[in-house]
Design a protein around this ligand. Structure first.
Ligand SMILES: *[C@@H]1O[C@H](CO)[C@@H](O)[C@H](O)[C@H]1NC(C)=O
Ligand SMILES: *[C@@H]1O[C@H](CO)[C@@H](O)[C@H](O)[C@H]1NC(C)=O
Length: 345
């Protein structure tokens, strides 16, 4: 037989097979636009205005519908009612996290941000109790935040009102509050380890929000076989993890079980108490990844919030003026720090 004919025949069979598999799977999912093989519904979405595309689709298919992002079926919840019903009223059933191959590879199912099931539940419970013990939502954490806020204002004052990019400065403070909860100590803003940590965190969040990583999450085989920024992400992640593992070792050596100093101590004590029980996935690696999650989750989101607050205050100076007219150049900072304390506590 003509080889071209064989090829065409095989390809058509594969095409029909994938259509058939998709349609049998679609039977169980909420309605949605018909996907094409491999690329899914990408042509039905305007990537420049994703929000409006989703709104338009919800007019046709209702508040809950299925979209294929590549080959992956994704159920979209559109609007407050649908989101609330799922995440609040049925919070337990919806507490799982979808698989993100980039994080699966980096964390190996450990930690708190990207774990699932019993590991996630136990780690979450432990972290909440421990953070409360360490003063979350109480006066004692506000003191740490205040102390850090003073250092931040000091650092801003050093710029003498000259133009500067506050990105890093506004990252120092939230990162240090997390440091003080996790390792007890805050770092000096010139400390090399600290600057290195911040730089790695910053790079990680830049890579994570790049389109390439979305492509990798859709086609995970790329992670193993392709060069690209994901390799830098894994290197940075490993670097942060190693830094934390070093800290954990130091803590283990100086641990006094009667006086837990910080998050790491609480974990080590719990680990010792539960020897062999494994209600937490008991190892340093798990602790390091949990702590890394707290850093990645806490530093970037907080510093971006602060950056926006600063931007808004610059944009609407009359609001800044109303807040505090006493100390001119620093009044915006004061309000900023007030916002920040409100968020933290
Ligand atoms: C949404 O629908 C409106 C009206 O039907 C249309 O004009 C608009 O281009 C659509 N927007 C997107 C992003 O699909
Ligand atoms: C192990 O866990 C069980 C149930 O959670 C508990 O009753 C028991 O005391 C634990 N054992 C140790 C050695 O902590």
């Amino acid at each position: 037989m003509d080889p071209v004919l064989v090829l065409v025949f095989t390809l058509s069979c594969l095409f029909l097979l994938s259509l058939w598999r998709q349609s049998s799977e679609r039977g169980k999912l909420p309605p949605g636009p018909t996907p094409l093989p491999i690329i899914g519904n990408i042509l039905q979405i305007d990537v420049k205005d994703i929000c409006q595309s989703f709104t338009n689709l919800s007019r046709v298919y209702g508040p809950v519908y299925t979209l294929y992002l590549g080959r992956k079926p994704t159920v979209v919840l559109h609007g407050y009612e649908a989101v609330k019903e799922a995440l609040v009223d049925h919070g337990e059933e919806f507490s799982g996290r979808g698989r993100l191959p980039v994080f699966d590879k980096a964390t190996n199912g450990m930690g708190i941000g990207f774990s699932n099931g019993i590991v996630w539940k136990n780690t979450r419970r432990f972290s909440l109790v421990t953070l409360r013990n360490l003063g979350m939502g109480k006066r004692s954490i506000e003191d740490r935040v205040q102390e850090e806020a003073r250092c931040l204002v000091e650092e801003l004052r050093k710029t003498n009102g000259s133009p500067c990019d506050p990105t890093f400065i506004l990252g120092y403070a939230p990162c240090n509050v997390i440091c003080s909860i996790i390792f007890q100590d805050r770092f000096d803003y010139k400390d090399r380890d600290f600057l290195n940590l911040l730089e790695k965190l910053d790079e990680i969040s830049k890579i994570l929000s790049s389109p390439w990583l979305q492509v990798c999450n859709t086609f995970p085989a790329l992670l193993d076989y392709c060069p690209g920024s994901h390799n830098q992400f894994f290197r940075n992640y490993a670097c942060i993890k190693n830094f934390l593992l070093k800290k954990i070792k130091e803590h283990k050596e100086s641990l006094d079980v009667t006086i837990p100093r910080d998050f790491i101590d609480y974990f080590l004590i719990k680990e010792a108490q539960e020897d062999g029980n494994h209600s937490l996935k008991n190892n340093f690696e798990h602790l390091a990844i949990t702590v890394a999650d707290l850093f990645i989750g806490g530093t970037e989101s907080m510093s971006i919030t602060l950056r926006y607050a600063l931007l808004l205050l610059l944009k609407y100076p009359h609001v800044t003026g109303e807040v505090d007219t006493g100390v001119e150049p620093l009044c915006s900072c004061k309000m900023l720090i007030r916002c920040w304390i409100d968020i933290c506590t």
